[in-house]
Write a protein that binds this ligand. Sequence first.
Ligand code: ADP
Ligand code: MG
Length: 358
Amino acid sequence: MSPAPVMVRFRDTVKTFPGTHGEIRAVDGVSLDVHEGEVFGVIGYSGAGKSTLVRLINALEPVTSGQVVVDGVEVAGRPESELRRVRAGIGMIFQQFNLLSSRTVAGNVGYPLAVARWSRARRRARVAELLEFVGLSDKARQFPSQLSGGQKQRVGIARALATNPRLLLADEATSALDPETTQDVLDLLRRVNGELGVTVVVITHEMDVVKHLCDRVAVMEDGKVVELGEVYDVFSRPRHRATRRFVGSALRDRPSPGALERLRHRHPGRVVTVAVQEDGASSTDLTRALREHAVDGTIIYGGITEIAERPFGSLTLELEGDHGDVQAFIADLSRTTSVLDLGTAAAPIADPDATDLR
Ligand SMILES: Nc1ncnc2c1ncn2[C@@H]1O[C@H](COP(=O)(O)OP(=O)(O)O)[C@@H](O)[C@H]1O
Ligand SMILES: [Mg+2]
């Protein structure tokens, strides 16, 4: 099977800004491909460089060095007159919706078509079609101020799709919405991808967005991509601290330092956190290992969820038994899964990924 054609290609891409304490490397040597037809997520904490990365795709910012190729066109160094054609193939939605308050819903959706000089009749037909797609046909004559946040974002999506772009960029598109509305907008973006075949690049600081929407994900920190791959692989076996923190904050499966200290005092045995993965230690593995090593295990914390219908998460256990048996149990289970030793109240071992921000 040949890989899907590339929609966006970054190669050694760098974007710097002048700062008061020297130059800021907002994007620091990024190389990655977004394939045609996929939903690609970029996740990272605030300041990681995510927005700058998307602004390089539609050439809102000039590249400092390296390549940015969009749908076969090298964007870097191209004159403004030619960039307009590239941008015409890209739709964009924003956290704050960016709707025109003086125009109706239909007026907002039809705005890019008016700019592109579509005839009134074609415009009207296209707007009706788009409002139908996003489920807002009955709101055509209302103004943005009369809509809920989720409805505003659906208008934003309809507007972004008006000229039939092949690529949609979503920068924190659900960050201003409550969880339920977020789900509706994510479902709509899935349909944009699945039914219309639009490639979608989603920028977010929320792991749930990536989990529900994306095929692949890049994790950014300090302008660099620190992990990249299929969503399940990246989140079920996070190698980078930033990724582990995202998993922890979304799943709340691992105790915070404060909770861990309380647990250690309540449970005098050895405390360990065991990863739960599809092909790693399932609960049967865990039960078998406990039995074979004459160790008693009590679950004292944990969380398990699914990504792409595959289980992942972790369980924290108190282990009781002879020191040697406990050691042998940890060594045995470590062969098939990741086991994090957190020690005991008398000899605590810190969780290297722990954060109180959970
Ligand atoms: N126009 C700009 N001028 C100066 N610094 C900027 C500009 N845009 C972004 N930055 C800096 O670049 C870094 C990355 O910012 P940004 O891409 O907005 O991150 P994110 O979207 O991940 O929060 C930050 O340190 C930010 O302050
Ligand atoms: Mg941003």
